[in-house]
Design a protein around this ligand. Structure first.
Ligand code: CP
Ligand code: NVA
Length: 307
């Protein structure tokens, strides 16, 4: 049977700004429905394959619970227990898995791995974090900001810390949702130069955390050592000294500025213990919104195909 070509979600640029905005609105609608005990069974008979080559708490649980709540099922596939870990090519895995499941979610190291998988997949593929990007987290972050403060269009967002996969996803988000992104990283830890160059019109590289945070509407940070960088932990702690987000740094932001962190967080390192519990730290809701935003994403990918 002839099939339409699937849409994939490998970076935020795979959806148009209008599609992203509609998805955020839908995520909030689905959140309300769930609170009313009215989860629609939109994923009945659907199976999501979840390939995890790195650890996860939030991503695994939000995808798996989300599929179950909407009438579907999710399969956890670890390289330790599948042939992927024994060297079966990603292209072959994509061809086989996509004949059996209705959607695939992948968390891996090289971004190229999700691109290669998607190229051979008959079903939609979701990037659930690579070394380069974490677009699902941005759906939850933008949903959280919008629910608290309305549209993020034209707002100022400060990224303090590592120029990592989250920072690079914020760069794409700044383009798609039209906000100003001020980035401050220790020298040598900046995001990719080509991304900075391509998005020069809405990004500012700052010299100090204070400069980046000044009058911002949202302040965001992440761990100083991402998954796969465990050996650099000590070196990074030294390089990032002075980049902690705490009450003093937040005092330079707007008085109603929100604080976000994708989690897991390391208290006393990139964020102070007290800020994690501050009223403007919306991190637990941010984590919860992964569930709602990804339900909206899955629904979108099931219903939209490439022309
Ligand atoms: N924020 C996030 O993706 O968390 P996990 O690594 O626990 O999935
Ligand atoms: N930058 C972090 C995000 C974890 C959700 C990492 O890649 O480990």
């Amino acid at each position: 049977m002839a099939q339409n070509k699937p849409r994939h979600f490998l970076t935020l640029l795979d959806l148009s700004p209008a599609e992203l905005q509609a998805l955020i609105t839908r995520a909030t609608e689905l959140k309300t429905l769930q609170a009313q005990g009215k989860n629609p069974a939109l994923f009945e008979n659907k199976v999501l394959g979840m390939i995890f080559e790195k650890s996860s708490t939030r991503t695994r649980v939000s995808f798996e619970a989300g599929m179950a709540q909407m009438g579907g099922h999710a399969l956890f596939l670890s390289p330790r227990d599948t042939q992927l870990g024994r060297g079966e090519p990603i292209e072959d895995s994509a061809r086989v898995l996509s004949r059996m499941v209705d959607m695939v979610m992948i968390r891996t190291f090289a971004h190229e791995t999700v691109e290669r998988f998607a190229a051979y997949s008959k079903v939609p593929v979701i990037n659930a974090l690579t070394d380069e990007y974490h677009p699902c987290q941005l759906l939850a972050d933008i949903q959280t900001f919008t629910e608290h403060r309305g549209s993020i269009d034209g707002k100022a967002v400060a990224w303090v810390g590592d120029g990592n996969n989250m920072c690079q996803s914020y760069i794409n988000a700044a383009r798609q949702w039209n906000f100003e992104l001020r980035i401050v990283c220790p020298p040598g830890f900046e995001p990719r130069a080509d991304l900075l160059e391509r998005n020069r019109d809405r990004i500012k590289l700052c010299k100090t955390p204070k400069e980046a945070v000044q009058d911002s509407d949202l302040v965001v940070t992440d761990t100083w050592a991402s998954m796969g960088q465990e050996d650099e932990k000590k070196l990074r702690e030294q390089a990032f000294a002075g980049y902690q987000v705490n009450a003093e740094l937040m005092s330079h932001a707007r008085s109603d500025a929100l604080f976000m962190h994708c989690l897991p967080a390391y208290r006393g390192k990139e964020v102070s213990t007290e800020l994690m519990d501050a009223p403007n730290a919306v991190i637990w809701e941010e984590a919860e919104n992964r569930l709602h935003a990804q339900k909206a994403l899955i629904e979108f990918l099931f219903t939209h195909h490439q022309a």
